[in-house]
Design a protein around this ligand. Structure first.
Ligand code: SAH
Length: 271
């Protein structure tokens, strides 16, 4: 009888290897195959055990890349041939990670699957930029939303604004102009503070602060690259207001500033 393998759908967190859970680390050690996403940071890839075979199945927005259906087929094929597979995804597998589709495809084939949560980008970026997603008197909740294909998704923008939540847009770099326009049309103040967090929790993290009316211009001006999150809400101005004594890089335009890795090391000095 052929040995039946199994698959673990594992969240790798936002990039800092210290944010991998113990369980995620354990699944990496147990695996003989690792299939990983483009979002899995180089530092985490360097933790892959030498005995494992690895395969990048990264999908890249706007570029030809491996299809989801082919990733599912590959997982089924490996597990059916008896392998112990770690399917490693950026952040959490069930937050904009298509983990549900992989889970269903594997279950349909009777393959044993377990799911290991990871720290999703919203939480990782909030912590590493010291932006509290909720804060007494400012924000009673936060809403995580995809901005990928925002036109087709047809969000209820008025409802989003009415919530008065901190809004966290994943995959928002390409469609920031649309997000900005729709939120303004739905009545959000043009002066609403925003933060763009690029490569959150990683050594080369950047944070760009500004206002909603400048959101898409900031992305162009600072050449923001994926992965990046758009965080919109009063709370994004809090680290600025607290005026921590870290090195700051002010740009020419009023009210806008960028924090680069020196910001992080500044924070470390405080601890
Ligand atoms: N499953 C992932 C999200 C995948 S969608 C999670 O739970 O975090 C991909 C989007 O996540 C990116 O376009 C970006 O918006 C966001 N993202 C992932 N890692 C990030 C990081 N380190 N910094 C900023 N944004 C990140």
């Amino acid at each position: 009888m052929t040995k039946i393998g199994r698959v673990s759908l594992v969240g790798a967190g936002p990039g800092d290897p210290d944010l991998l859970t113990r369980k995620a680390f354990q699944r990496l050690q147990e695996a003989d195959w690792i299939l990983y996403d483009r979002l899995v940071s180089d530092e985490i890839q360097s933790l892959f055990p030498a005995h494992c075979r690895t395969e990048s199945v990264g999908k890249c927005a706007g570029k030809p890349s491996i299809k989801q259906v082919d990733i599912c087929k590959r997982l089924i094929q490996l597990a059916s041939s008896g392998h112990t597979v770690c399917r490693l995804k950026g952040g959490d597998p069930f937050v904009f990670g298509r983990g549900g589709e992989e889970l269903l495809a594997l279950q349909a084939e009777g393959i044993e699957v377990d799911v290991v949560p990871g720290i999703t980008a919203a939480l990782g970026c909030a912590a590493s930029t010291q932006i509290p997603l909720t804060h007494r008197g400012l924000s009673q909740g936060f809403t995580s939303i995809t901005a990928h294909g925002a036109r087709a998704l047809d969000h209820d923008w008025h409802a989003l604004v009415a919530l008065q939540h901190t809004l966290v847009f994943y995959m928002g770099i390409e469609s920031a102009i649309l997000v900005q326009r729709e939120l303004l049309n739905a009545g959000m103040a043009s002066t609403m503070p925003v933060a763009i967090v690029e490569r959150g929790t990683q050594k080369n993290q950047r944070v760009i602060n500004g206002c909603l009316q400048d959101l898409s211009a900031l992305i162009v001006r600072h050449d923001v690259e994926s992965p990046a999150l758009l965080v919109i809400g009063e709370v994004t101005a809090l680290p600025t207001e607290l005026a921590l004594p870290f090195e700051q890089h002010f740009s020419a335009s009023a009210g806008e500033r960028i924090k680069t890795p020196s910001y992080q090391s500044g924070i470390h000095h405080l601890l």
